[in-house]
Write a protein that binds this ligand. Structure first.
Ligand code: ADP
Ligand code: MG
Length: 637
């Protein structure tokens, strides 16, 4: 007998399950899509223990014929592909007839279904691929699937499951997305018997968005409707004032199926560029209809990663379409966009100017900038002018010049939203530059230093025995606050204060769940909140440190931090993340002029920290230029 053997069907199904069933959320997605395909009008999803204990999806679709119920669980069995050609069109995306087979090979599945043409239903129980029971049963028209004991026979996969909160947050994201994709279906989601989500199913996308994502988003929606030769866009965007800290609210659908695609996300983000703060992400619900010639069938079976064959066309239509929509809908946006265009045409003109006149312009700008910075629009104009001036210079001579460093500084700052680019550029040359300093030694423990001044409104310069030190004021302050907050937190001594007017924060069901899970930690940080019904919470108290900041954004970003942290971090790590975040958000920004007294205090405080050399994100706080290096550079040595 040869050595090569056919794998038993069950094992083959388990292997295939690895592809289809990544985690409870993937099962939820497959079951929901089966219900959608069965023309259900109501889909009820009940989850217990993040899906570990139970995943139940019940629909009122057309149901399954009693004679077909067994076949539904065998591999490559599907009622959905009538012609093989369907496989190559987007409409059959993901119909591979293996979901139920895969799921039932790694769990205990019970299905109760009654076809609309039959008087009675049928019940089937399958465990690890084996049929345990099959018999007629009373049922209403539709299908009810219960999945229990997920991964009971694949311990390696079971171990890979994350916390209940994390798994449920994936499920909730899937259900929210599917609900947005099908506004004509009413979705209800329960976790451990608590209702998390309920959509009306009245066919109105706006009402569905209201139900899933809350009033604030629903009230700020701008409809988009663009038709091009190859692609049709519809759905909603939100005004640039309303953003999120990650891509969780960028939803794309191709032919009503949720998809993930980098190009569409990039196109959207490019359209919002300069209208929203760097690091923030827009909110879009974009339904895309494409000419099939632009879609590659090269798709991931479960993740729905669609590949477009002519990316550039898709990118351009989306990005221009969104700009047009934003421009028509919102007067403030229009002003900003036109300023950008002015800047671009100026860039054209500048190509013919001499380098000298460009330099003069930059200098002129920095002199007048301080006053202008007060006025946002005016300033935005200047800022764009400056940028275009620099860009045009780059085009003309490709060699490095003095502006290179500024340009790269801008780039770096774009990555770090905490640094205020506008301020640092607008301030130009610091006043303190010309201030005269008394030479004086400040004794801090054993660290003697002489404060020399602040440069670029961002760095403090001191002389010490080791040499000349350049201290990054933001990183330094972040280190100080980080240690102070850690100490306060350990002493349970976070100062907080009540808000005069409580701030309403609307959360997604997923975010609500995370807040519920981490309520104690959040409270310990001095953030007090109460339920406001649905997924809305009312923030009543915030840490004193945050008193003048935008509570909405801070809470939201904190929640984003926590949802990241939820993926496998310990409680101590979660705390550390929150502290890092608060320190970063509240530390003095680069670009802020500091007076002598403030500077010296900051340096003293820094030297009292445990690690004055690194900020909590491990970026250097200071650099040192030794006397030796200076003397070598100057040629004395
Ligand atoms: P696929 O969806 O790719 O066809 P599945 O394994 O998910 O493969 O389902 C197999 C078959 O079982 C489907 O083609 C369909 O005929 C039937 N089926 C599954 N779920 C339902 C449901 N909720 N309502 C009606 N029929 C269903
Ligand atoms: Mg299916």
């Amino acid at each position: 007998m040869g050595e090569i053997k056919q794998l038993p069907q069950n094992v083959a199904n388990q292997i295939s399950a690895g592809e289809v069933v990544e985690r409870p959320a993937s099962i939820v997605k497959e079951l929901i899509e089966n219900s959608i395909d069965a023309n259900a009008e109501n889909i009820e999803i009940r989850i217990e223990d993040g899906g570990r204990k139970l995943i139940r999806v019940k629909d009122d679709g057309h149901g399954i014929l009693a004679e077909d119920i067994e076949a539904a669980f065998s591999r490559y069995a599907t009622s959905k592909i009538k012609e093989i050609d369907d496989l190559y069109s987007l409409y059959s995306l993901g119909f591979r007839g293996e979901a139920l087979a895969s799921i039932s090979s790694v769990a205990e599945v019970e299905m109760l279904s009654r076809h609309k043409s039959e008087d009675a239903g049928v019940k089937i129980k399958i465990k690890g691929g084996d049929i345990l029971e099959q018999k007629p049963a009373g049922a209403t028209v539709g299908t009810d699937v219960l999945v229990r004991n997920l991964f009971y026979n694949t311990p390696a996969r079971y171990k890979y499951l994350k916390t209940t909160t994390t798994e449920f947050s994936h499920i909730s994201r899937i259900v929210s997305t599917e609900a947005a994709a099908s506004s004509d279906i009413s979705f209800k989601l329960y976790h451990n018997d608590r209702q998390i989500l309920s959509t009306p199913g009245n066919g109105k996308l706006k009402d569905t968005i209201y139900a899933v994502f809350g009033e604030e988003i629903a009230d700020n929606l701008l409809p988009i409707d663009i038709e091009d030769r190859y692609i049709k866009l519809s759905g909603y965007l939100t005004r640039p004032e309303l953003t999120r800290s990650n891509r969780s609210h960028e939803l794309f659908f191709v032919n009503k199926r949720p998809i993930y695609n980098n190009i569409t996300a990039k196109a959207v983000e490019s359209a919002y560029h300069k209208l929203i703060d760097p690091g923030r992400k827009p909110i879009v619900f974009l339904f895309i209809k494409v000419n099939p010639i632009l879609v590659d069938v090269n798709v991931h079976p479960t993740k729905r990663k669609v590949k477009f064959s002519r990316n550039q066309i898709i990118y351009d239509v989306i990005s221009k379409g969104i700009r047009k929509t934003l421009k028509e809908a919102d007067p403030t946006t229009r002003i900003k966009l036109e300023k950008n265009r002015e800047a671009e045409s100026e860039e054209e003109n500048n190509r013919n100017d001499s380098i000298e006149s460009d330099d003069k312009k930059v200098a002129d700008d920095s002199l007048t900038n301080k006053k202008e910075a007060q006025h946002e629009n005016l300033f935005e104009n200047t800022f764009n002018k400056r940028k275009s001036t620099q860009r045009s210079k780059f085009k003309k001579n490709n060699r490095p010049n003095i502006n290179d460093s500024r340009d790269s500084r801008e780039k770096n700052q774009n990555k770090k939203p905490e640094i205020n680019i506008e301020e640092s550029l607008a301030a130009g040359i610091s006043d303190s530059f010309n201030e005269e300093y008394n030479i004086e030694a400040d004794n801090v423990n054993e660290n003697r230093f002489k404060f020399l001044g602040q440069i670029f409104n961002s760095y403090l310069i001191i002389e010490t025995e080791e040499g000349l030190k350049i201290i990054d004021q933001h990183n330094a302050h972040e280190r100080i606050l980080f240690e102070k907050l850690t100490a306060d937190f350990n002493k349970k001594n976070t100062d907080s204060q009540s808000l005069l007017i409580p701030v309403k924060v609307e959360l997604s069901p997923e975010e609500r769940e995370i807040v519920r899970q981490y309520k104690d930690v959040i409270n310990e940080f001095g953030i007090e909140f109460s339920d406001f019904g649905g997924n809305t919470i009312l923030i009543q108290e915030v840490p004193v440190l945050l008193k003048n900041k935008s509570t909405r954004n801070i809470i939201e970003e904190l929640i984003a931090e926590l949802s990241e942290a939820g993926r496998g971090l310990t409680a101590a790590e979660v705390e550390e993340n929150m502290i890092e975040y608060l320190a970063c958000r509240t530390a003095v920004k680069a670009g802020k002029p500091l007076n002598r007294k403030e500077s010296i205090q900051l340096i003293k405080d820094l030297y009292e920290t445990e690690n004055p050399y690194r900020c909590p994100h491990s970026r250097p706080v200071m650099i040192n230029i030794s006397r030796d290096e200076i003397e070598k550079g100057i040629g004395r040595k």
